[in-house]
Design a protein around this ligand. Structure first.
Ligand code: TIU
Length: 224
């Protein structure tokens, strides 16, 4: 079984039962002029994840991994947007308002879609999720179970929000999560660092942390 050098200890990759899960690499979070930057965030902190994630994604595609993508966003009529979530944005930039890339975090808007650098291939499921976690109110778990997936290699944004929530949800459901340190990012460097430390603390309370290169080094290639 391939072994990935990771924190807090080596991760035994069950390659036939692992999937790459890329969380919310959406234009609204990563591109200048999107929702994230309109809130005053420095999107370059997130954009530095793009190149290592492209490299890992290409390697995982070559290795025949299951690959899934998520997007955070809401129905056009906002019927799945709790008022408690809507009201906690800045008043001038609420979810559903018209932003520079269409309606903010609304499905079908340009800004809601995945950045072109990491765009899914046909056949790679896209999970549209209304919450921060990718399991809440989605069919992600059904898709993973039907494919007999037991391990998730997790990338995406942001480390302490949607990545953390999803990893916690996955961990409680019995999935082993390996978070790829240079393929996750946050607008807050200190939250990113602590987020990663929290995953691997206490003997891997939520999972493992490794670099993209460490994952790539362990991937089996030419798998049927
Ligand atoms: N995808 C995700 O993390 N959604 C967020 O709203 N993140 C923030 O850090 N705001």
């Amino acid at each position: 079984m391939p072994v990935i050098h990771a924190e807090p200890y080596a991760f035994d990759l069950a390659a036939q039962r692992a999937a790459l899960l890329i969380i919310d690499m959406q234009r609204d979070f990563l591109e200048p002029g999107g929702f994230g930057s309109s809130l005053g965030n420095d999107v370059s902190l997130l954009r530095k994840t793009i190149t290592p994630t492209q490299k890992l994604l290409a390697a995982c595609r070559a290795a025949g991994f299951a690959i899934l993508h998520t997007r955070e966003g809401h129905r056009v009529d906002l019927s799945d947007l709790p008022m408690a979530k809507k009201l906690r944005g800045k008043p001038q930039h609420m979810i559903g308002d018209v932003g520079p890339m269409g309606r903010i975090l609304v499905r079908g808007a340009a800004g809601h879609d995945i950045i072109p650098e990491l765009y899914p291939l046909p056949g790679e499921p896209i999970i549209d999720k209304p919450g921060k976690g990718a399991f809440y109110a989605t069919d992600l778990e059904a898709i993973l179970r039907s494919r007999d997936i037991a391990q998730l290699v997790v990338c995406g944004v942001t480390t302490e929000v949607c990545v953390h929530t999803t990893v916690r949800e996955a961990n409680d459901r019995g999935f082993e999560c390996l978070v790829v340190a240079d393929c996750v990012g946050s607008y807050f460097p200190e939250f990113h660092e602590m987020g990663l430390r929290m995953i691997a603390a206490q003997g891997g309370i939520f999972g493992w942390v490794a670099s993209a290169d460490a994952v790539i080094a362990a991937l089996p290639f030419n798998r049927d």
